[in-house]
Design a protein around this ligand. Structure first.
Ligand SMILES: [Zn+2]
Ligand SMILES: [Zn+2]
Ligand SMILES: [Zn+2]
Ligand SMILES: [Zn+2]
Ligand SMILES: [Zn+2]
Ligand SMILES: [Zn+2]
Length: 965
């Protein structure tokens, strides 16, 4: 049948003028459906859930009814208190509204929301946690107990509600399935601070009591859901525009790779027996694929059997009263196999029609009950036989009093259909959800559907061969695409899906897509390999370790110094296999690590865009690192935020290597900053932007470089959004970098046989280098830390500079000046009696102390960070160090220069930028290292004017609870 043009259809194209032959849509599917009391009905038409919400008739498909309020309640639309005793409640999704607000409701009901998703993108749920004052996107109730949060967008859901969540996460990259040029606001409901003001009407639009108001996940604009329709649909990324890596400039082709594999977000949920793991692994997925299901009803199962867990959303508030009964409802064969059910509570005297409606509501199925029935759950004995043996409740059946009392478990089934109306979405539309509706009959095949649809979409001239029908399962954790075989009978396929699970059917969508094959191409970063090998050697090492298939795997980049390679894999299955295998493989005793890397389409970047490459050390500063990681992923594009524990700084620099101009933010302690700066030095010649400016967000203690550059002594919970603003406004300054060559002689006395054959090592230094007492003190502390394996990993470990000498082996005979010799610019320098010798590059040492002092001195230049000179200072012991720390004294000024040679006559503690070790006797040669590094120094006065509180974006992060803003 032909698609009927509908007046509202053009509006859905979000203001983009439709081309001739542009798709039209039919309201038919919804119109014939069960009548709703809400404004407008019909699942077919409606605004997009994410993206433009054009004005015009909306059909949110709620099941509204008048209810008597028993406690203080707020309106989900206007966020105001509902005075009086009457409110309007949706039985399905719990949307609560004033009667007067009803006509403005545009928020779609959970039951139809999946069909309104513009581009299906799966979420990345992190571990379960306590998220106060957040609301479930599915049932709209507060997350009082443990909930789940997407690490990429602000979606919050109850564990029980996960299977019903929409796959409407932020689209952070192009995946080759659809290209999108226009970037639209991505609205998310109900995550606003209570003081938030509407961008359009300037009135309060947020609430901490109910999920009201919307915020764009990219630019942070906030508005009433009604007002959001009045804003321009295009998103310009707001204030962070020049820092964000636009999703249109990132490409990640994948079949089953998801953001999980790029970010390696751990999901610590413990998989229940017989249930696929929640994490990033494929074994679970493989199982799901073979069974043609995914997204099991995680967490929704046995624990709801006692009825204490929220039953279906249709239930009344309060415990089941007398006269009511609680029934277990299973959704199709899949749920029966897994023993996953939801409960509904209905009166004992409820008619079967009412029970069926309640069951459909519990599974958010908005369709006409006429098409469904409840079958008594077969006993295990019956299960082998045909299910039809059981008792049946269908919409029209008469009362069966006896049966209901005895049977408490029912299976929700769709009745077979002889024909139905199916929406077919064109995969090439850049904007909009427009689709065409066609009638599917027993004769319809995938091919006949394509044939029928093409003329309606104006593509008939291109021939049916160029197109295919794709079934897309839009799960909240995974979006799966399956190309249907040409001869596949479609009606059977629909029946099959419904038998498996009705929820799955409501999350399945059919696309007609160009069949030109998407050439698979996956960049796989493999780290943890032995350093210093040739490309051929890495190749054969990988062949040996993981049997990489030469025909489809090429080594595209070799980072020999870091022991890492980037593989170009031209086959999705092989990429998936390698990813899994690499993570379980060790080479020469070291575990390998794998990361799927996106590609930055650098030529598409706007000229004024200088995206920020963010490195976070999640082990720094307690849990703050982890929080910041999450905040920056949400504020920026998560593809520009790198966790340093996933292969260090290299993957980030590799991804950004072609970006013509970018900046860097390092979140971590001095050691982390040094680690990134060293990696930058190693990578510089391979970067299109060889001298990116580096900002610091200091975590933990110490942080001398952070102090000097005004980023503070340590992050104390400042709003991550303003941190990014400060980075954007910071000025670049130059800081010298130094190289220390460590050339150990054979250990005196033959004590340290390990150290004997060590070749010279080079480490980089940007703050200071201490020999003697200060290194010894930090070594004490350090070794304590080292006893907690995994908690601390030094950048020097990879370099192998640690000479394993226990502290007990250091002779504590005092007099460092007798144990070493110092040459400055080839001149021997006489040392006073000291216990510590320190080379300083920046005017902050040991957590903020001024070791050089401020007195002017005719012998030396005034110290600067960028003068190519180091200052050399001595301390006489612990007491002197304490006096320096408290500002009572400064160190003993010894020299200033640019080239130093230190000869250690015995094993001595040495520290560089706060990282200590024991250095075997030999030479230390300190000299300038390459070009100075461009560091960002925080601007002195915040020039930000106190404008309208757009800064409520502040809350964009997983903000501290009850943000007063
Ligand atoms: Zn209201
Ligand atoms: Zn609703
Ligand atoms: Zn929920
Ligand atoms: Zn998400
Ligand atoms: Zn926006
Ligand atoms: Zn407003």
């Amino acid at each position: 049948m032909a698609a009927a043009a509908e007046p509202g259809a053009l509006g859905w194209l979000g203001g983009v003028s439709p081309r001739s032959g542009s798709p039209t849509s039919s309201p038919e599917l919804g119109a014939g459906s069960r009548s709703r009391s809400g404004p407008g009905s019909g699942t077919g038409s409606g605004p997009e859930r994410s993206g433009a919400r054009p004005p015009g008739p909306a059909a949110p498909s709620h099941s509204f009814r008048k209810v008597t309020l028993t406690k203080p309640t707020f309106c989900h639309l206007c966020s105001d208190f509902i005075w009086g005793l009457a409110g309007i409640l949706c039985d399905v999704c719990n949307f609560m509204s004033h009667e007067k607000c009803l006509k403005h409701v545009k928020t779609p009901c959970t039951s139809v929301a999946p069909s309104l998703v513009r581009v299906p993108v799966a979420h990345c749920f992190g571990p379960r946690g306590l998220y106060k004052r957040r609301f479930c996107s599915v049932c709209r109730k507060g997350l009082e107990a443990l909930g789940l949060r997407c690490e990429v967008c602000e979606l919050h859901v109850h564990p029980d509600c996960v299977p019903f969540a929409c796959s409407d996460c932020r689209q952070c990259h192009q995946d080759g399935h659809r290209e999108h040029d226009a970037h639209l606001h991505h609205w998310r409901e109900g995550t606003l601070p209570s003081g938030a003001r509407c961008e359009l009407c300037r009135k309060t639009c947020g609430s901490s009591d109910v999920p009201a108001g919307v915020r764009c996940e990219w630019c942070g604009v906030q508005a009433h859901s009604v007002c959001s329709a009045g804003l321009a649909p295009e998103c310009t990324f707001g204030r962070l525009r020049t820092l964000v890596l636009p999703p249109a400039c990132v490409r990640l082709l994948s079949r089953n790779f998801s953001k999980m594999h790029c970010f390696r977000i751990p999901e610590i949920a413990v998989p229940e027996p017989g249930e696929p793991g929640d994490g990033e692994g494929w074994p679970a997925l493989g199982r799901a694929l073979t069974k043609a299901v995914c997204d099991p009803l995680t967490g929704d199962g046995e624990d709801s059997a006692d009825g204490s867990v929220p039953a279906g959303p249709g239930r009344e508030v309060g415990a089941p009263e007398s006269g009511k009964q609680t029934l277990k409802i299973f959704d199709g064969s899949d749920a029966m196999q897994r023993n996953h059910f939801r409960t509904v509570t209905v009166p004992h005297l409820a008619r079967s029609q009412e029970v069926l409606e309640a069951a459909l509501r519990a599974y958010y199925i908005p369709e006409d009950p006429q098409g469904f029935q409840l079958q008594a759950l077969p006993t295990p004995a019956q299960l082998g036989d045909t299910v039809a043996a059981g008792k049946v409740w269908s919409a029209g059946s008469t009362e069966e009093e006896g049966g209901r009392a005895t049977c408490q478990a029912w299976v929700l089934r769709a009745l077979p259909r002889t024909q139905e109306i199916l929406k077919i979405y064109p995969a090439w539309l850049k904007v909009g959800v427009a689709y065409v509706s066609i009638r599917v009959t027993p004769q319809s095949t995938a091919r006949s559907v394509v044939l029928e649809v093409l003329p309606l979409l104006g593509r008939q001239a291109e021939g049916v061969e160029g197109f295919q029908l794709v079934e897309v399962l839009m799960g909240s954790r995974q979006v799966q695409r399956t190309v249907l075989a040409d001869e596949e009978p479609l009606l059977n396929r629909l029946h099959e899906i419904r038998q498996m699970s009705l929820r799955q059917m409501s999350q399945t969508r059919f696309y007609v897509a160009e069949s030109r094959a998407l050439a698979p191409r996956v960049s796989l970063f493999v780290g943890g390999l032995p350093p210093g090998l040739s490309p051929q050697e890495y190749r054969s090492l990988l062949d040996e370790a993981v049997a990489s298939k030469a025909a489809v795997v090429t080594v595209s980049h070799v980072y020999s110094a870091q022991g890492a390679v980037v593989l170009d894999v031209a086959c999705f299955a092989e990429a998936e296999r390698l990813y899994m295998l690499v993570r379980d493989t060790a080479v020469r005793g070291r575990p390998l690590m794998a990361l799927v890397l996106p590609e930055v389409l650098h030529t598409k970047l706007a000229p004024d865009c200088r995206p920020l490459l963010v490195f976070v050390n999640p082990r720094s500063g307690g849990l703050k690192g982890r929080d910041l990681l999450c905040s920056f992923r949400k504020l920026l594009n998560p593809h520009q935020v790198f966790e340093l524990t996933n292969g260090g700084p290299l993957p980030g620099f590799h991804v950004f290597s072609q970006v013509p101009c970018f900046r860097v933010l390092v979140c971590g302690g001095d050691g982390t900053v040094g680690w990134v700066l060293t990696a930058l030095e190693d990578m510089r010649h391979r970067l299109a932007c060889p001298e990116p400016a580096v900002a610091i967000l200091p975590l933990g203690t110490g942080n001398d470089l952070g102090r000097v550059l005004r980023w503070g002594a340590g992050y104390s919970g400042e709003d991550p959004f303003s941190v990014l603003l400060s980075v954007d406004e910071a000025d670049a300054v130059l800081v010298d970098r130094w190289t220390i060559l460590l050339d150990a002689h054979k250990a005196a006395g033959g004590e340290d046989s390990e150290a004997e054959a060590e070749p010279p090592k080079i480490v980089q230094m940007s703050n200071y280098c201490g020999i003697g007492i200060d290194a010894e003190l930090s070594l004490d502390f350090h070794q304590a830390r080292e006893e907690e394996p995994g908690k601390f990993r030094s950048r020097f470990h990879n370099k192998g500079v640690y000479v394993r000498v226990g502290l007990q082996k250091i002779s504590h005979s005092r007099g460092l000046h007798r144990a070493l010799r110092l040459q400055v610019e080839q001149q021997e320098v006489e040392l006073p009696s000291i216990e510590g010798l320190i080379f300083i590059n920046i005017p902050s040492w040991g957590s903020g102390a001024d070791l050089w002092g401020s007195d002017s001195d005719s012998r030396f230049e005034k110290p600067r960070m960028d003068d190519g000179l180091l200052e050399v200072v001595g301390v006489t012991g612990v007491v002197h160090m304490g006096q320096v720390q408290s500002g009572l004294r400064s160190g003993i000024r010894i020299a200033q220069g640019s080239y130093f040679r230190v000869t250690l006559l015995k094993a001595t503690p040495v520290q560089v930028d706060g990282e200590p070790w024991v250095q075997a006797p030999g030479h230390l040669i300190i000299s300038a290292a390459g070009p100075k590094v461009h560091m960002l120094r925080k601007a002195k006065q915040k020039p930000r004017k106190a404008g309208p509180p757009k800064d409520a974006r502040a809350d964009g992060a997983p903000a501290p609870e009850g943000d007063p803003k």
